[in-house]
Design a binder for this molecule. Structure first.
Ligand SMILES: [Ca+2]
Ligand SMILES: [Ca+2]
Ligand SMILES: [Ca+2]
Ligand SMILES: [Ca+2]
Length: 439
């Protein structure tokens, strides 16, 4: 694509030229839940009929038109007919791979609303993509930058597949692997979401962007070997729409194979995910190594999440169960460089407050973010984020820390902690649990 000269010289007096962006394109409005193809691709007119007086635009036809030029297009929904407020699109075969920049926005359908709830999601979903007739194919697959918003996607091989070329894509306010109510299992037979591109964002601190990724037969979200710098925030992974009842993904909640520099959750309130009840681990980091290849996940921050009731570990570095700490200077190799976890030495209640004390032994002269969590008895993960403290190790590579939660914790509450290296941006597994006791 070439830009007009007027665009390139805009901003007279400045030597800086803005990065080229795809030209604003067309908006295609899906009016029918049928699956017919566009009748004449490339005329910027989404229509599946021969009639000159009637226009019928399907999702398949709209994607075909959007793919026909390099402009960044939008697909909106105004489907009429049928008795239900929820409109279900059942492709009879794979939809076209999205090959040009595109926004597909299911929240444009009448009656759809974004989540406003603090916990769970109360989003009203109105557009369902049902893969039960499509064969073993992905629901939406992209090789260009896409925003996929406000859609329910279930019953496919994978719900959403972001392949090479889809850098910068956004997955916001979607239900992947459930029905439109967010209560029933309509899992995709593989991962709910598979990412193999860079700078992909799944959810954000905005409540309306909260995704529900549950009921899938493999991982909820899989970050594959070609992924880099993904951000996964404020999404519900393994629960029903209430954010609590189990609707497990049968693999890990988040599965990272051989890719690096991701942020799962975040240090700002509202960025954490709920990762709960999955049949694998909550977050699992796996290296892919061979004599000619070293794809070991590094620089993966896991911050401020609620991780609980998963069958495996809350966080598993290496996919091999509990990884034990090595001695200072924590030089062992592996996923997240096998960052040592902190130790919680005591968690004691008085009449008015709770004091948690612990230690870390890792690299020398390094600052760590220690995150503290509250969990349920018998579940040494991190159900409720309590807060964090920063500590710096000296020349010994060791430091102690003290943390006082804002509220007094009940006797019997289980406390765990993680450590995140603030230079390498790598988070440990959860520490062994310590039960809150009397002094
Ligand atoms: Ca057309
Ligand atoms: Ca286009
Ligand atoms: Ca491990
Ligand atoms: Ca280690």
């Amino acid at each position: 694509m070439s830009l007009p000269l007027a665009v390139l010289v805009a901003g007279v007096g400045s030597a800086v030229v803005a990065a080229p962006v795809a030209a604003a394109g067309h908006t295609y409005v899906v009016s029918s839940s049928s699956d017919k193809p566009d009748r004449k691709v490339g005329d910027h007119f989404c229509d599946v009929t021969k009639s000159s007086s009637t226009t019928v635009c399907t999702l398949r036809a709209a994607i075909m038109e959007a793919n026909a030029d390099a402009d960044a297009d939008r697909i909106r929904f105004a489907i009429t007919g049928g008795s239900s407020a929820v409109k279900t699109i059942k492709p009879a075969s794979a939809l076209p791979v999205i090959s040009e920049p595109l926004v597909i926005d299911g929240t444009t359908q009448s009656g759809a609303t974004l989540n406003t709830a603090a916990t769970g999601t109360n989003a009203r979903m109105r557009i369902v993509l049902d893969g039960s007739d499509a064969g073993n194919v992905p629901g939406l697959q992209a090789s260009a930058t896409v925003t996929i918003k406000g859609l329910v996607i279930g019953g496919f091989a994978r719900g959403i597949q972001l392949s090479g070329g889809s850098d910068g894509s956004r997955i916001l306010g979607d239900f992947v692997g459930t029905d439109g109510t967010g209560r029933l299992d309509r899992g995709n037979s593989g991962s709910g979401i598979l990412v193999n591109s860079e700078d992909v964002r799944i959810g954000s601190v905005a409540r309306g962007d909260r995704n529900l990724v549950s009921g899938n037969d493999s991982a909820g979200i899989s970050l594959g070997i070609a992924a880099r710098s993904a951000i996964i925030q404020d999404s519900l992974i393994g629960t029903k729409r209430d954010g609590q009842s189990a609707l497990a993904n049968r693999g890990d909640g988040i599965f990272v194979t051989g890719s690096s520099h991701h942020l799962i959750g975040g240090a700002i309130a509202g960025q954490g995910n709920v990762i709960r009840s999955n049949h694998g681990s909550g977050v699992n980091l796996i290296a892919i190594t061979s004599p000619s290849l070293d794809l070991t996940p590094q620089s993966i921050q896991i911050l401020g999440n609620s991780i609980s009731h998963n069958v495996g570990l809350g966080i598993d570095l290496g996919g091999d169960g509990v990884t034990h700490n090595d001695k200072v200077p924590d030089a062992d190799a592996g996923a997240n460089r096998l960052q040592n976890k902190p130790s919680v030495a005591s968690a004691v209640v008085s009449a008015s407050n709770t004091t948690i004390k612990g230690s870390i032994a890792s690299r020398r002269d390094r600052t760590y973010r220690i995150e503290l969590f509250q969990s349920d008895a018998g579940d040494p993960e991190g159900r409720a984020f309590l807060g964090s403290v920063q500590v710096t190790t000296g020349s010994t590579g060791k430091a102690t820390w003290t943390f006082k939660p804002g509220a007094r914790l009940a006797l019997g509450t289980v406390i765990t902690a993680t450590a995140t290296d603030t230079v390498r941006l790598e988070t440990s597994e959860f520490s062994p649990a310590r039960t809150v006791s009397n002094p």
